[in-house]
Design a protein around this ligand. Structure first.
Ligand code: HEC
Ligand code: HEC
Ligand SMILES: [Ca+2]
Ligand SMILES: [Ca+2]
Ligand SMILES: [Ca+2]
Ligand SMILES: [Ca+2]
Length: 458
């Protein structure tokens, strides 16, 4: 039996070598299903985003397990014995309440429960580090919830406008545009127009691998002035790193506004939940009327912060599925022909990340370049974040995207969850992706279906 399998594999190998002139066949033979390198899990169930990286050592495993508890903790109002300190202002009560099953939050179904949607705010201008300028009385993020006795900063009302469009073959599709209205402000907006940017909680798979990608690697992918004339001009964001006390490449968040996963977690603790921590020792209401100046002591210690951020460095990426299906292979070729991979880069090699050997020196298939691209007026939030201007977004990683429905029970995509399926997400692309979108517009319905089947195999 073993001998039979060996012979079978050997002949498959030989035949694939002789068919190199056939594009589909040579792609098949080179497909690497391990999107996250050695971290990859074969789990494709509703728990597919909750596996630890497959290659954690004993020390990493211990940190991951403790980090899982921190990530799943629900904070409540002080005084309490377990996880006190919530608020006074907050958006939600725990990391996992927004990053549901380590996946992405759905587009809210009602304005009274935004779930994993939060709204960044600022005013015209920049802070001393070139970042968003806090809006007086509101800071950099709108907290639409508050503990008993405190006022939420404002109420958020979400409505949608539908646009009906057509592919070149006459088939129509719809795009749903969210329209955000703020009301019931706890204090008047006295500093001019407030810039707002809605953001949905993204999946947290494979992020340690992305942190392990070196600045040099990303700069080699960048082409800020489009020197090669292909219409794609990716640029690396540079953002303020609180611990390094200097500017560093931005990698995390929809506009790559955070330099590393420790700062990302610390900012989430203080801004999303009102949990002060060693990096951000003041409540998010600091300087505002609601701030009673109690509870400014770090409400979690350095160890909890480290565990929570380690957790986001050590979640496995699920393996690809159905890669030898002929429709998927056709779709993969369309993805390449449409030049989706000019931004959604198929392969990157990680460097090293201190304390996280599992993500170091891995060949990965994240389908992102981590760079900022102009995505056109349709997706623009018109709110700059360091080097990212009002139309620029970080290329979203596509690994694991095909499991969104299985894990999260919905198929809402893009930075605010506006897209109701993968095709809508594609058709929202503009700016530097205009040629790609025009390519897709001209496809036949079966070619469009193949492209989607390919994305579903990621
Ligand atoms: C209120 C909902 C909410 C809560 C609570 C929350 N997050 Fe997030 N998270 C988000 C949103 C929204 C983003 C995107 C932010 C942006 O674009 O600036 C995000 C981004 C992230 C990212 C970056 C993902 C990427 O692809 O770049 C990480 C990591 C993360 N969160 C970890 C955490 C951790 C750890 C906690 C708990 C300490 C937490 N989050 C709590 C909503 C939330
Ligand atoms: C110019 C760079 C660029 C090109 C080319 C491009 N994309 Fe994107 N893609 C992005 C960026 C940036 C985002 C995030 C935009 C946002 O959320 O507003 C994104 C988001 C997506 C998403 C949603 C991901 C998520 O997590 O919500 C999908 C799906 C996607 N792209 C598929 C494609 C496909 C398929 C093509 C080719 C037809 C393509 N993209 C071409 C830059 C690009
Ligand atoms: Ca607090
Ligand atoms: Ca605020
Ligand atoms: Ca270019
Ligand atoms: Ca650009």
């Amino acid at each position: 039996m073993k001998k039979f399998i060996f012979l079978f594999l050997a002949s498959a190998f030989l035949s694939s070598c002789t068919k190199d002139d056939n594009e589909a066949e040579s792609n098949t033979s080179s497909i690497d299903i391990n999107s996250g390198g050695a971290t990859t899990t074969l789990n494709s169930t509703s728990l597919a985003f909750e596996d630890p990286s497959a290659n954690l050592n004993a020390v990493e495993t211990d940190l991951h397990v403790r980090g899982n508890l921190a990530f799943e903790a629900t904070f409540i109002t002080a005084p309490a014995t377990n996880n006190p300190g919530l608020g006074p202002l907050f958006n939600n009560t725990g990391c996992a309440a927004c990053h549901v099953k380590n996946g992405r939050a759905p587009y809210p179904t009602s304005s009274s429960d935004l779930g994993g949607l939060l709204i960044r705010v600022s005013m015209n201008g920049t802070d001393p580090h070139g970042g968003p300028l806090a809006y007086p009385g509101y800071g950099g993020q709108l907290q639409n919830r508050a503990v008993f006795g405190k006022a939420p900063e404002a109420d958020v009302t979400l409505t949608e406008a539908l646009q009906i469009k057509q592919f070149l073959d006459g088939t129509s599709y719809e795009l749903r545009e969210p329209i955000i209205n703020l009301s019931n402000h706890y204090t008047p907006l006295t500093s001019g127009p407030m810039l707002i940017s809605p953001r949905i909680a993204p999946p947290i798979i494979g992020l340690g691998l992305l942190e392990a990608v070196s600045e040099q690697t990303l700069l080699a992918l960048a082409d800020e002035s489009d020197a090669n004339g292909d219409g794609i001009s990716g640029k690396l964001n540079y953002v303020w790193d609180v611990q390094a006390n200097s500017m560093k490449p931005g990698k995390f968040g929809w506009k790559a506004g955070q330099p590393n996963l420790t700062q990302q977690a610390a900012a989430a603790y203080v801004n999303d939940m009102g949990i002060t921590n060693p990096l951000f020792t003041h409540e998010n209401s600091v300087g505002q009327p609601q701030d009673d100046l109690t509870g400014d002591d770090p409400e979690i210690n350095a160890q909890t912060l480290e565990e929570a951020s380690f957790y986001t460095k050590s979640v496995a990426v699920p393996a690809r599925r159905n890669t030898t299906n002929s429709i998927v292979i056709v779709g993969e070729n369309i993805f390449r022909a449409a030049k989706c991979n000019a931004c959604h880069r198929e392969t990157i090699v990680t460097s090293t990340l201190s304390g996280v050997p599992s993500v170091s020196n891995q060949i990965i298939h994240p389908y992102t370049d981590l760079l900022l691209h102009d995505m056109g007026a349709g997706l623009a939030d018109n709110r700059p974040e360091f080097s990212a201007n009002g139309t620029e977004w970080r290329t979203a990683p596509l690994w694991g995207i095909g499991l969104t429905r299985v894990v999260n029970g919905h198929s809402n995509f893009l930075h605010d969850g506006r897209a109701r399926n993968l095709m809508e997400a594609i058709m929202w692309h503009g700016g530097e992706a205009t040629n790609s979108v025009n390519y897709v517009k001209a496809l036949s319905s079966s070619q469009r279906e193949s492209l989607i089947k390919f994305l579903e195999s990621l």
